[in-house]
Ligand binder design. Sequence first.
Ligand SMILES: Cc1cc2nc3c(=O)[nH]c(=O)nc-3n(C[C@H](O)[C@H](O)[C@H](O)COP(=O)(O)OP(=O)(O)OC[C@H]3O[C@@H](n4cnc5c(N)ncnc54)[C@H](O)[C@@H]3O)c2cc1C
Length: 436
Amino acid sequence: ASLSFTVGRSFLCRPVVPYSSVSNAMRRSLSSASPMSGSDASAEPNTDKLFTAEHEAMRSTLRRIIEQDINPYVDEWEAKEIFPAKQLFKKLGNAGLLGVTRPVEYGGLGLDYSYSVALAEEYGRVNCGGVPMAIGVQSDMATPALARFGSHELKEQFLRPSIAGDLVACLGVSEPTAGSDVASIKTTARRDGDDLVINGSKMWITSGMQADWMCLLANTEASVKDPYLSKSLICLPLDLPGVQRARKIRKIGMHSSDTAQLFFENVRVPASYLIGEPGQGFIYQMLQFQEERLFGAAANLLGLELIIQETAEYARQRKAFGQSLLDFQTVHFRLAELLTEVELLRSMVYRATAKYVAGNDVTMLASMAKLKAGRLVREVTDSCLQYWGGMGFTDEVRVSRFYRDGRLLSIGAGADEVMLSIICKYMRTLPKPPKK
Ligand SMILES: Cc1cc2nc3c(=O)[nH]c(=O)nc-3n(C[C@H](O)[C@H](O)[C@H](O)COP(=O)(O)OP(=O)(O)OC[C@H]3O[C@@H](n4cnc5c(N)ncnc54)[C@H](O)[C@@H]3O)c2cc1C
């Protein structure tokens, strides 16, 4: 059976759950419920001071696109295990939403990172995790180094069309033998005359089956011993001879996003495709992690809230032992605990964003937010799924999709343990590696 989603009358565009099994009364109740927390800008004044009327206007533009061009198709894309990135990115690009923090000269809006966080939060309304993840890669993960350090020619060739939605971008860091330990990647880009010759492979690449180009991290400085200073980022078109998109990887979640393994055999690109200074690629990559982690944490806030809300509504309608499930104190108290946790995460994300926009290093706060988000997604979806009983174990409800999709957050873009190590470094409690 397919998922059936509808847009409720409330400000929140909420999916309505198992049509096959819910009563009309429940449907009415679901479609008229109001949001649970203060994230609904139309219902409450903006008291958090982070988002202005401009942020909210941008969010409503995105909300319309989600309602019209994304959510009605999500079930189809999940089933196909891919979504039409080019088509969708063009719509987002036309609306100016793929480069809000990128330079105006290349088609961006030149705004500060709070606008990206506002959009990330809004993406929580999408009825799956896969599409927002791929959009995040396009808008916030594959292009920051290019925008900051790339040459004018490279920006014209790769950045401008990516912001416009004419090219699909992916980020190639992870490899079959190196994920968390980025410094140990094996892919090489050897200088040969005016070219770079690339050999190696990349693993788990979001949008890897359909991307036009990759922001590739490769070893370029064979003579440099320090692994942090021997790598470069390179713009790699993916239609070149020697590029093989080996396979689309099947996954337990994020189904609508294509995840690929790619091989490179003597792939030639002009040496001018190297971004910024040779040997700085690892550092450029690390620089953008603060943003990537804030984006990842923000993108889950609304989704979690919606799941808690839907669970409350479902539990209200569902009767067991002569009463509504929601009336069991263990259920309504638990949902209250979970919503409190989501609000705490929101406060942390907003605070980190405000500090970042003011020019501070928020590596520790952003790592804390990413860590907490990964753990909270697991906690909320697991607890809520429990209250859906057998229904929660089916493929027909939003909670089970987010239970699967959300699991990635504790692994990707820095696993929980990597976040803990960073926090420990700032706490000065991380032991030094043993002397060899
Ligand atoms: C759906 C999906 C999409 C992805 N998209 C991309 C993409 O677009 N581009 C890209 O480059 N990569 C992408 N990745 C890869 C992702 O970033 C890596 O999977 C992630 O960094 C973890 O690396 P790994 O899988 O090699 O795990 P490993 O590095 O092998 O780690 C395995 C586990 O070991 C533990 N661990 C790791 N380090 C430590 C430590 N220091 N201390 C204690 N425990 C530790 C953690 O529990 C970790 O989960 C994607 C992955 C998935 C599943």
